[in-house]
Write a protein that binds this ligand. Structure first.
Ligand code: NAD
Ligand code: TYD
Length: 353
């Protein structure tokens, strides 16, 4: 198969692309605008593979999307391109409306037109897999889990834009018969994560002896999912998921933010004893406006119907992650210095490669 992956230079998209190239015979067309969170260096290990193709394209650009579908002839679409950071959505929601809603609309339309042109046999294999978040369900109290039946109740500009995109995907299936799949997953963590999100930010700040800014009282809870486990789940849903269905994906790893930060500090105390105790850097800061209290996923549907289980516990995954950030100094330095943004000029011509 040839899979068109949007957002393949991002954190989760790059894990999906690396897995396809490393572990399957499939080929990948990576459609990415390379915003601040897109980093081609995360694809260095597979970018020379003849089954990997890159298209430097904005998903809001209908003409460019039409060209990509026409020339690349993909068998499936996996849609990960998005603005993904809640804090950025609070300070500047416009890009979130544009990419997450308008961009998803443009991609759906390009896919619908392309799907309509396919012969029956290729139509039967085509899938549009939309990757979304558990944040569309809103916030939980101390008890309960999000299931696929939980009503949507998004609270941040980010989650509202993702909820909108989920609804568009659903409508394109019901109205136009586009064969769609939607997955909603919990907070991911792991290698190649842009250091604006909690876990990589804390690792890098702690190693640089900078304050560790914990919002509010640090008691908010997230359900952590190792990115490679998520990528495996996405591949399984693409291959075996039932058209029109939603699947929740979660790591069964509920932790308060403070527990996460303390775990990182304990691992760093062991690996970099000269900086111990790293927890002395914890600094409680003003809370995020509208901060959702708790997210937690009931992943029993994907477990029962498709046989997916995460391989990593939080303890194994967080250790791997901390070690990765300590061992991958070049990637980290290029991200923190901004040098990663030059990769597009030095490695690719504008347009396709
Ligand atoms: P990311 O921010 O690391 O990567 C996003 C990628 O999309 C980048 O490569 C960026 O360049 C690209 N992109 C942004 N706007 C684009 C546009 N207009 N056209 C083309 N490309 C564009 O995000 P991520 O963490 O890898 O998340 C991937 C997907 O998974 C997103 O849809 C996100 O909503 C969803 N998700 C993420 C998490 C998480 O914990 N990271 C959890 C649940 C769901
Ligand atoms: P984040 O990684 O931004 O993911 P999301 O908001 O999508 O869940 O944040 C995870 C949790 O960590 C969230 O409750 C906010 C909190 N947080 C901090 O306490 N300090 C920080 O510097 C950041 C970035 C997040």
């Amino acid at each position: 198969m040839k899979i068109l992956v949007t957002g393949g230079a991002g954190f989760i998209g790059s894990a999906v692309v690396r897995q396809f190239i490393d572990e399957t015979p499939h080929s990948v067309v990576n459609v990415d605008k390379l915003t601040y969170s897109g980093n081609l260096e995360s694809l260095k290990s597979i970018s020379g593979d003849p089954r990997y193709f890159f298209e430097h394209v904005d998903i809001c650009d209908a003409l460019e999307l039409a060209r990509v579908f026409e020339t690349r002839q993909p068998d499936c679409v996996m849609h990960l391109a998005a603005e993904s950071h809640v804090d950025r959505s609070i300070s500047g929601p416009a890009e979130f409306i544009q990419t997450n809603i308008v961009g998803t609309y443009a991609l759906l339309e390009a896919s619908r037109s392309y799907y309509g042109s396919l012969p029956e046999e290729r139509k039967s294999r085509f899938r549009f897999h939309h990757i979304s978040t558990d944040e569309v369900y809103g916030t939980l109290g101390k008890e309960g889990l999000f299931t696929e039946e939980t009503p949507y109740s998004p609270n941040s500009p980010y989650s509202a834009s993702k909820a909108s995109s989920d609804h568009l995907v659903r409508a394109w299936h019901h109205t136009y018969g586009l064969p769609v799949l939607t997955t909603n997953c919990s907070n991911n963590y792991g290698p190649y994560h842009f250091p604006e999100k909690l876990i990589p930010l804390m690792i890098l700040n702690a190693t640089n002896r900078k304050p560790l800014p914990v919002y509010g009282n640090g008691e908010n809870i997230r359900d952590w999912l190792y990115v490679e486990d998520h990528a495996r789940a996405l591949r399984l849903v693409l291959e075996k998921g039932k058209i029109g269905e939603n699947y929740n994906i979660g790591g069964r790893n509920e932790k308060t933010n403070l527990e996460v930060v303390h775990t990182i500090c304990t691992i760093l105390d062991e690996l970099l004893p000269e900086g111990a105790p790293h927890a002395s850097l914890i600094s409680f800061v003003k809370d995020r406006p509208g901060h959702d209290f708790r997210y937690a996923i009931d992943a029993s549907k994907i477990a029962k119907e498709l046989g997916w289980m995460p391989r990593e516990t939080f303890e194994s995954g967080i250790r791997k992650t901390v070690e990765w950030y300590l061992e991958n100094e070049a990637w980290v330095n290029h991200v923190t210095s901004g040098e990663y943004r030059n990769w597009i000029e030095t490695h690719y011509e504008k347009g396709s490669a």
